[in-house]
Design a protein around this ligand. Structure first.
Ligand code: BV8
Ligand code: ZN
Length: 255
């Protein structure tokens, strides 16, 4: 049983009355599973600059280095499990009349935790495709000899199905996420440094449309000053406690 944390009454009241709740997540929600974040001290980017790896230029210049980095990350992700934060969000799907999950993460941990409706703004590392014929190529990695994966059908170069810097976000995922932000009664920004656009504009889009904006993070971010509530701490502890507190109240109110 997760120890109940004292949550602000305003937050519990907003969640008890809420019809549409949106959760927007970043690398921080997967940190407690053992997936390195991007900008933390142990963050992936601390060893590389984003443009060195997660961009088309980097891939054209040095596809083997980029594939080596994604193969390394796929190996890490395959070995970890969703944590209590992912699981609490999966359970929230059944707690509110409408619950939308939007993630910047490419690690697929939300789905593995049981979330069924996930908007992946930056793609999914478990998917790849041929840059020449577009054919999806499931589960490819750099070969042992450092050969970059090539399409069986046309010999084209295969790339990870993720959104690189300078690339557009998938239109349908973006449109659905922007619509959810505009309709949210409560919008959670969880485990994100809120610096990568256009994803980072979603929390303020929600607030401008009247949502109650809640940040869950182990440290302040550029968004903190605009949030109605800042819950400071690990999402793996805060989210399960919050779920328990709200589930109890909603059952009392709705029974
Ligand atoms: C686009 C997929 C253009 C790949 C990623 C100048 C100003 C404004 C914008 C720009 C600019 N220059 C360039 C841009 C645009 C650029 C951008 O925003 N750059 C930033 C860096 C300034 N954006 C783009 O290029 C986007 N595309 O703009 O298109 C365009 C426009 C028109 C027409 C054509 C083109 C595409 C961006 C997508 C890039 N791809 N990922 C991959 O993963 O390999 S971004 C990458 O960063 C991940 O998706 C990651 O999720 C995302 C954001 O990082 P976070 O998730 O926030 O992770 P981070 O480590 O930063 O933070 C973790 C947080 O968790 C921390 O706050 C930490 O405190 C907290 N935390 C840690 N542990 C816990 C915790 N919280 C709770 N509990 C814990 N236990
Ligand atoms: Zn092909």
């Amino acid at each position: 049983m997760t120890p109940a944390m004292p949550f602000p009454e305003t937050l519990l009241e907003a969640l008890t009355r809420a019809r549409h709740v949106v959760a927007f997540t970043g690398a921080g929600i997967s940190a407690e599973s053992g997936v390195p974040t991007f900008r933390g001290p142990e963050g992936i980017w601390s060893k590389f600059k984003p443009e060195e790896l997660a961009s088309m230029d980097a891939f054209v210049r040095n596809p083997a280095l980029v594939w080596e980095w994604y193969t390394h990350r796929k190996t890490i992700i395959a070995a970890v499990q969703p944590n209590q934060g992912h699981i609490a969000l999966a359970r929230m799907e059944r707690l509110f009349p409408r619950f939308t999950l939007i993630t910047q993460n490419i690690d697929n941990l939300h789905r593995r935790a049981g979330s069924t409706r996930v908007h992946e703004l930056h793609g999914n590392i478990e998917r790849s495709y041929c840059m020449t014929c577009g054919r999806p190529c499931p589960d490819v990695s750099l070969s042992g000899q450092g050969q970059i994966p090539r399409c069986q059908a046309c010999g084209g170069i295969i790339r990870p199905d993720v959104v690189w810097f300078g690339e557009m976000l998938p239109e349908d995922e973006w449109n659905a996420s922007a619509a959810a932000a505009a309709a949210a009664d409560v919008f959670f920004s969880i485990g994100t440094s809120a610096v990568v656009y256009p994803a980072a504009s979603l929390p303020l889009m929600a607030k401008r449309s009247g949502a109650y904006l809640v940040e869950v993070n182990t440290e302040p971010t550029p968004l903190s000053g605009q949030a109605d509530e800042c819950l400071l701490g690990p999402s793996g502890s805060i989210l399960p406690s919050l779920y328990e507190a709200v589930a109890t109240r909603r059952h009392k109110v709705n029974d």
